[in-house]
Design a protein around this ligand. Structure first.
Ligand SMILES: Cc1cc2nc3c(=O)[nH]c(=O)nc-3n(C[C@H](O)[C@H](O)[C@H](O)COP(=O)(O)OP(=O)(O)OC[C@H]3O[C@@H](n4cnc5c(N)ncnc54)[C@H](O)[C@@H]3O)c2cc1C
Length: 444
């Protein structure tokens, strides 16, 4: 079988590996010169080094992603800084750390021992989470995270210090609009699994190098099947017949379109109209998107903070929108030793301000919240990367398309398909694997 994959993001590459393992010949077409899609490395001219398009973290619960890396012969233990769940605010006012106990006691210990929350607030967090577990991690599909927290009698203070950062980091959607069901899925995976599922994994190397760049060398057997990766190769035309699909004039037995939802829409709308095609296309065009901004500061010397990740308190009235601070001296490659990443999820408000002002405010925010005795070294240079369509808005009632399309020999994959996850790496990897399995069992 000769299969085409459109898109060299995590979903497309995951599909390609699985298909090659099944003994198919695969060609991956990637529009960009860099593999990885929304989780890729870029060259920063102002910092004169390679950085990521945005700070990413993975969880111990990302089992398919870790398995895929092992399949490629890579060693996740070396490629990630792995830590048990620990959240600390940069100003030291809030903190929790998973206890060295079996699940779920490790998290019970973390919440009951949390610094900066009253006893009542801690008990209510435990109660609302335990209630969710009893309900099989299911909530009403129309409910927002804000409504769920309100129902769980969470205080404003607990919401601001604990729930809001968690919701924005995992769904990139404000609590008032975010789907409680998708949030519950994240909690289920990280809190409802074994103790290591809630571990936080910070890449030690840049994202494209983590595994996407290794895919072209994947050779699971001695067969003549090839896995070819064509970079800088955007697919523009797609046609199907009962026996073939054709991409820009080249025939294949089938295709997995693993582009983002809007690029996938552009390709699929070229196909012959069919009964359920209109409904399928309308699911693809219904997504709304939200931006993520990453401000990278290059310091004069490494800061060597004790924690690689810290929570920041935002203060919109001062144009301070940073939510998380990553000190790359603890986790990054050698060339990242002096870099700090400040992450701003749902960065719409950040984008409204003049760039110079909002960067100065972000630097002030980090400096002010970093506590005495830990003076931040001088900032030498900075870079800002805004991914305008970082993720789809994880709102309630979203209809997400399945991998199988109404057109014969055409499958799709991506974090936006019906994975049950919000837009995350593990969802993309699982979607790719699922599409490959489906295509193989239907065509062989
Ligand atoms: C700044 C940022 C931070 C994030 N942080 C996290 C995090 O911490 N943890 C986490 O789990 N997730 C995070 N995510 C989400 C994660 O990056 C995505 O869920 C994941 O990368 C999506 O992968 P994908 O393969 O589905 O899609 P994409 O990465 O969008 O891949 C699609 C690919 O298709 C290519 N393409 C499009 N059209 C064509 C065409 N016509 N021909 C050929 N190629 C085409 C594109 O160039 C792209 O490479 C973050 C995302 C961003 C942007």
């Amino acid at each position: 079988m000769n299969i085409a994959v459109v898109g060299g993001g995590w979903a497309g590459l995951s599909a390609a590996i699985r298909l090659r393992k099944y003994g198919c010949s695969v060609v991956v077409f990637e529009a960009s010169r860099t593999l990885g899609g929304r989780a890729r490395s870029v060259h920063s001219a102002s910092l004169d080094t390679r950085i990521d398009n945005g700070q990413h973290i993975l969880l111990g619960a990302y089992t398919e992603t870790l398995a895929l890396m092992r399949e490629l012969g890579l060693e996740p233990d070396k490629l990630f800084l792995r830590e048990c769940l620990q959240l600390d605010s940069a100003d030291g006012c809030f903190g929790l750390r998973a206890a060295a106990l079996p699940a779920p006691l490790h998290l019970l210990g973390a919440i009951l021992g949390a610094r900066g929350l009253s006893l009542m607030e801690r008990l209510r967090i435990v109660a609302v989470t335990a209630g969710l577990r009893r309900q099989g991690w299911k909530v009403h599909p129309d409910m927002t995270v804000a409504q769920w927290l309100d129902q769980g009698a969470q205080s404003d203070h607990a919401i601001q210090s604990f729930w809001q950062p968690l919701c924005l980091a995992t769904l990139n959607t404000p609590m008032g609009a975010a789907s409680a069901q998708l949030f519950a899925r994240v909690l289920q995976d990280s809190l409802g699994g074994p103790a290591h599922a809630s571990d936080v994994l910070i890449p030690r190397v840049n994202l494209s190098e983590l595994w996407p760049d290794h895919v072209a060398h994947y050779r699971p057997d001695d067969s003549a099947c090839e896995l070819e990766v064509r970079r800088g190769s955007a697919v523009r035309g797609l046609q199907t017949s009962s026996s073939k699909v054709t991409l820009d004039g080249t025939p294949f037995d089938a295709v997995i379109v693993a582009a983002n939802a809007s690029a996938t829409h552009r390709l699929l709308q070229q196909l012959d109209p069919c009964a359920s095609g209109t409904e399928y296309l309308s699911m693809l065009s219904a997504f709304q998107y939200l931006p993520i901004a990453t401000v990278t500061l290059q310091l004069e010397r490494p800061w060597n903070r004790t924690r690689p990740i810290l929570l920041l308190k935002d203060s919109p009235q001062h144009m301070q929108y940073g939510q998380w601070l990553f000190d790359r001296s603890a986790s990054g490659p050698a060339e990242s030793q002096c870099l700090l990443n400040i992450v701003i999820s749902d960065a719409r408000a950040f984008m409204e301000h003049p760039r110079a002002q909002v960067i100065a405010a972000t630097i002030d925010q980090v400096r002010e919240q970093s506590g005495s005795g830990l003076d931040m070294p001088k900032v030498r240079n900075h870079e800002v990367i805004i991914e305008k369509r970082a993720t789809f808005a994880a709102v309630p009632g979203l209809k997400r398309p399945p991998n199988q399309t109404p057109w014969p020999r055409v499958w799709v994959a991506g974090d936006w398909t019906d994975t049950g996850y919000p837009a995350v790496l593990e969802g993309a990897v699982r979607s790719g694997k699922q599409a490959a399995q489906a295509i193989y069992s239907s065509l062989r």
